[in-house]
Ligand binder design. Sequence first.
Ligand code: AMP
Length: 360
Amino acid sequence: MSKSAPLPPGSTIGILGGGQLGRMLSQAATSLGFRTHILCPDEKCPAGEVATDWTHADYTDAAAIEQFVAAVDVVTYEFENVPVACADMVLEAGGLLRPGKRALEVAQDRLTEKRFCKDLGIETAPFMPVANAEAASFALNVTGIPAIMKTRRLGYDGKGQQVIHEESEATTAWQSLQGAPGIMEGFVPFEREISIILARSTLGHVTYDPPENVHKDGILRVSSVPGSITAEVQDRAKEIATQIAQELDYIGVLAVEFFVEKSGLLRVNEMAPRVHNSGHWTADACYMGQFEAHIRAICGWPFGSTARHSDARMENLIGEDAADWSAHAAQDKAKLTLYGKKEMRPGRKMGHVTYLSARR
Ligand code: AMP
C-alpha cells in the first residue's frame, strides 16, 4: 500500500449515494472539519440535506460525474450497488476512489463474492449458480434442502430471495427471479449471526467487537454487543475479515457478516464495502464510531480507539416503528437517530435506537 499525505480539514469528501449511511457519514465528516458533497439521483435523499453540496444526477451521467470529481478531494460510496461503470468514470476523471473498484465488483454479485471467499479458503454456504429451471433443480444436489434461491445482484434486506423446502419448489423459485441470474445457497443451520466491522487505511487496520445480529424477514432488527460468542470465534472472525480486506487492498470500513454454527464454524454470509447497519451502535458506544473510522481511513488520518465504553443494543426502527418517535426519544440511556426520510413505508429503515448500559 502506498502512503499518501492525509487530507487536511476543509477538504471535500465526495459520497456516491444519498441514503442514511451517506447522511451519517456526512455528519461524521462535518464533525472532523470536512466538507461533503453527495451525488444521488433521488431529489429527496436523506444525505443531501446534511451535506455541504449535493448533485442530483444519475450514477452513469458522465458529465455530472466529471464535475463532481473535480469538486472533491476523495470519492467514496455508501452502497455497494454503485454501477462499476460509475467507478470507471470516477477513475477516468482522475478521482481517488476509496474503497476501490474491486471491492464493488466482488460485493455486488453474490456468486463472485462466494467464489472470492472460496479462493481464499474461507467457508460460505454451499452454493451453485442458477441460470434456468433445470439448473435450479440440479443445484439442490449440491446445496441440499432446505435451500435459498437468491438473485446474484441487487438483493438486499431479504429482497429477491425464496426459501425452498422441497425439490418441487425449485421451478417456482427460479420463476420468481423473473429471468435474473440466480444463485442457490444451502440453508445454513446457524446458531447465531455476527458481523465484523473493520476499518483499514494506508496506516493499518482496526476492528470492533463483533455484534450478534438478529434478522427478521431478511431485515436486520437488532445488534447486541457483547454477543454470546467465544473469544476464539471472535478472533477467527476478525482474522477472516482482515484476510478479505487485505486481499482487496481495502481502504475504508468493510463489514463482513457471518453465520456461526453450533460447532463454532464460521461461514461468511456476505460482505459490504461500506459502513453497515450492524455497526450503527459503534457511533454511540465506542470512542470512534464506524462513520468516523471510514472518514479517517479514506482521508489517511490515524484511527482513534474502537474500544467500546458501553455495552449496546441497537434496534432498527422499521416502517411504522418510527411513528413512535416521541416514546423512543423519552427513553432513558437510549440514543435515538432518525434518518429524515419523508415517507414511512413498510420494511423501510427509518431510524434506530441504541440502548446503552455499563460495560460488562
Ligand atoms: P442476505 O440478504 O443474504 O444477507 O440474507 C438476509 C438474512 O437471511 C440473513 O442474515 C439470514 O438471517 C438469512 N439467510 C440468508 N441466507 C441464508 C442461508 N444460506 N442460510 C441461512 N439463512 C440465510
